[in-house]
Design a binder for this molecule. Structure first.
Ligand code: PMV
Length: 312
């Protein structure tokens, strides 16, 4: 048996702006979130096996939640006629918190596979495998998770259109806090749909306001206007509350962040659980806000420096 090894890494993702509105054709912005990562390691084995915090054993017997991984590995093995492999997954991305955990695992495994088999590949090939895996995990994925967990730049996403990326040009820090409660994306998407049917005019107006805020946010990032971006985040949260997708736990953490110096704060992803995000000007402010969020009940917090990059 060969001891040859392939390692693949992927990061988490955060929706900065545009959740829910994106379902109705408005744009959304997602950030790769390097505060959380997945590492997959592949080695040659006599039969396919998986080691993870969730399951340890033969790949053929994985629980239903992991069938997307099972199918992904079978496809890769068949397509490239490779030997069987043992996969180890180590992840700091919490599952079901809107941080793209399933897509990140698929990205890490696919990268590890190509490294293990010494196969040259491009982003298109990588995303094709990851998107297939996401169809099994989520039914009808938009593709935003696959793109954001595999890249380094913010993504501007519009349903049915190719992604565009833009430079992360903002001198600020992003704090992410986990409520500790599973996000309820399916439920909130359904409830917004019902609201749209009951009150089409006001709901559509709210969705369009959110879409406008996405364009404003992109502008603020490109022009390095952190204070403006914070205000835009606050406005977005107000509209998300109007759509009924926040809850008391999220609102409590968002108020806490604002009271402790955040430039702005909002929920991220589907809502009613999951995570909230806050923007801070300095690393010191970000640390203080993260600490206060933990005191206010956040289960975990992460800080990501957003940074200003010079392009020659
Ligand atoms: O909770 P997440 O990160 O999967 O994000 C859901 C985003 C929504 O706009 C609410 C739904 C969607 O499919 O775009």
């Amino acid at each position: 048996m060969s001891t040859q090894k392939g390692i693949g890494i992927a990061n988490g993702k955060i929706i900065l702006m545009g959740e829910h509105a994106v379902v109705y054709g408005e744009p959304a912005i997602a950030f790769p979130f390097s505060g959380t990562t997945v590492t997959a390691t592949l080695t040659t084995a006599s039969s396919p096996t998986l080691t993870s915090s969730y399951y340890n054993g033969p790949l053929e017997q994985v629980p239903t939640e992991l069938t997307s991984i099972q199918t992904l590995v079978q496809r890769l093995t068949n397509d490239y006629q490779s030997p069987a492999c043992h996969i180890t997954i180590e992840s700091t991305i919490p599952a079901e918190r809107g941080m793209g955990s399933s897509a990140a695992v698929a990205v890490a495994i696919t990268r590890a596979f190509f490294a293990w088999q010494k196969i040259a590949y491009d982003t298109k090939q990588l995303l094709a495998y990851v998107n297939q895996s996401e169809v099994i995990a989520h039914g009808n994925p938009s593709g935003i998770d696959a793109a954001a967990t595999s890249g380094h730049d913010p993504i501007l996403f519009e349903k049915g259109q190719p992604f565009t990326t833009f430079a992360l040009n903002i001198d600020a820090h992003l704090i992410v806090a986990d409520t500790g409660v599973k996000g309820k994306t399916r439920e909130t998407v359904k409830d917004v749909r019902a609201l749209m049917e009951q009150h089409p005019q006001t709901t559509l107006a709210t969705i369009q306001q959110l879409g406008q805020l996405v364009n404003d946010a992109k502008q603020a990032i490109v022009l390095n206007q952190a204070t403006e971006l914070g205000m835009i985040m606050n406005q977005a949260h107000h509209y998300l509350q109007q759509l009924g997708v926040s809850d008391a736990t999220l609102d409590n953490l968002i108020t806490c962040a604002r009271e402790n110096g955040a430039l702005g704060a909002k929920l991220t992803g589907g809502g009613r659980g999951g995570c909230m995000i806050a923007l801070a000007q300095s690393a010191l402010d970000a640390k203080k806000i993260a600490h206060k969020l933990t005191q206010a009940g956040a289960k975990s917090t992460w800080i990501q420096e957003l940074g200003v990059y010079e392009y020659a």
